[in-house]
Design a binder for this molecule. Structure first.
Ligand code: SAH
Length: 378
């Protein structure tokens, strides 16, 4: 399960770690910033692009680091709504990075909100019953460099608007850590990656515009609350009672609602910002009026925003999304109580937008088994 790359990725280095490596080699301290500027500000795609570095240093960098730890193998576009990048790592593992454009009401597509959704693991161990990413279990964690590289690939894509990585990233409204994997189960790499994404020597993207989404690993939520960078938090709730939630999310056995809810409260108290509760609507599983009322009580108690997501069909899973009428009835229970609610109309259905499905299809096509089975109790 552990993967050791042939060389570490430059995209996983911080200003501090790169400076230390260069100083060991007797290079002046300013070189680290120069190199990171080439990567994040100027969008260098090869060592030879870094024209103000001495040739010997470029050769050493080439021998010591991989500039990018992933390659783009597929860029699928679904009209104006979604772009999916399928990336291949050195060990042939596949991950997905998604660009979502959600038009704002009354405003043309050019003024829509643009979000990048990144992955943190290859596969996932959480085994949520509705999710394509967890179907084959966890293959491995991504390194910090592999997490950051996803954003550089977004900057490098052909229809990018500016040749500078930082400016390209700045044209997005949000980065959400909601792709494949459970981010809080790969905690150290996640924080290192987001530190690089946020830093002025990195991509310079504001922590308040970065949302970490979790299935609810309570001790790690509390740890995240103590991080100096104030990221936003989204919780995949998907059930408003332990009985319903456990049925579709095994993590609820270890961290049931009476542990999860206080942890969310502690997080919002620390950051003074609204947490988002994500709630997939699955017919006859969690879409009853009783669940709606209980969700209303939880959201009120937490002062949370609720994001309702009609279940997106996953090949091989038998769940069904409720009718539009039923979705609206559920949403109205929350709205009538004055809560902040969005009912997402799923984007990119036609390109297998639900989490992990593009990777699954590609692995099936190329006949890879690859991933290990879900853990005991999952
Ligand atoms: N592990 C983290 C982040 C990845 S899953 C977490 O659990 O939050 C992020 C989101 O993907 C889930 O909350 C859910 O909203 C969405 N998702 C997964 N499978 C889905 C499906 N079949 N239909 C709709 N949304 C899905």
């Amino acid at each position: 399960m552990k993967f050791t790359p042939s060389k570490p990725a430059l995209t996983g280095e911080t200003l501090g770690s790169l400076t230390a490596r260069l100083e060991e080699r007797g290079e002046p301290g300013f070189r680290a910033r120069q190199i990171l500027d080439w990567l994040y500000k100027k969008r260098a795609r090869s060592w030879d692009d870094m024209t103000n570095l001495p040739l010997a240093l470029r050769a050493w960098l080439d021998a010591t680091f991989r500039l990018m730890p992933a390659e783009l193998v597929l860029n699928k576009q679904s009209g104006d709504a979604t772009d999916k990048l399928l990336l291949e790592m050195e060990d042939r593992s596949l991950i997905e990075t998604v660009i979502i454009r959600a038009p704002q009401e009354g405003v043309g597509i050019d003024h829509s909100r643009k979000t990048i959704c990144i992955s943190t693991q290859v596969g996932c161990a959480m085994a949520c019953g509705f999710c394509a990413s967890g179907l084959a279990g966890l293959k491995r964690d991504l390194s910090a460099g592999e997490i950051v590289a996803q954003l550089l690939h977004v900057c490098h894509r052909e229809d990018g608007h500016t040749p500078r990585a930082r400016e390209e990233i700045a044209s997005f409204d949000n980065i959400v850590v909601m792709g494949m994997g459970e981010p809080l189960a790969n905690y150290d790499a996640l924080i290192r990656a987001l530190t690089i994404v946020n830093a002025d020597w990195g991509l310079g993207f504001g922590a308040r515009r970065i949302t970490v989404s979790t299935s609810g690993i309570v001790p790690k939520i509390l740890k995240l609350a103590d991080e100096p960078l104030g990221f936003r938090l989204a919780i995949s709730l998907h059930g408003a009672t332990d009985e319903v939630r456990t049925q579709i999310m095994p993590v609820n056995r270890a961290y049931p609602l009476d542990k999860l809810i206080p942890a969310i409260k502690a997080f919002s108290a620390r950051h003074g910002r609204m947490v988002t509760l994500e709630y997939i609507l699955i017919r006859d599983v969690n879409d009853s009026l009783d669940q709606a009322r209980r969700l209303r009580a939880i959201a009120r108690d937490l002062h949370a925003h609720v994001n309702l997501i009609p279940y997106n069909t996953v090949d091989g899973l038998a769940w069904v999304r409720p009718s539009i009428t039923r979705q609206n009835v559920f949403a109205d229970v929350l709205r009538d109580a004055g809560l902040s609610v969005t009912l997402r109309r799923e984007k990119g259905h036609d390109i297998a937008a639900a989490c992990g499905q593009l990777r699954l299809k590609t692995e099936q096509d190329r006949g890879d088994g690859g991933a290990s089975p879900p853990p005991e109790g999952g």
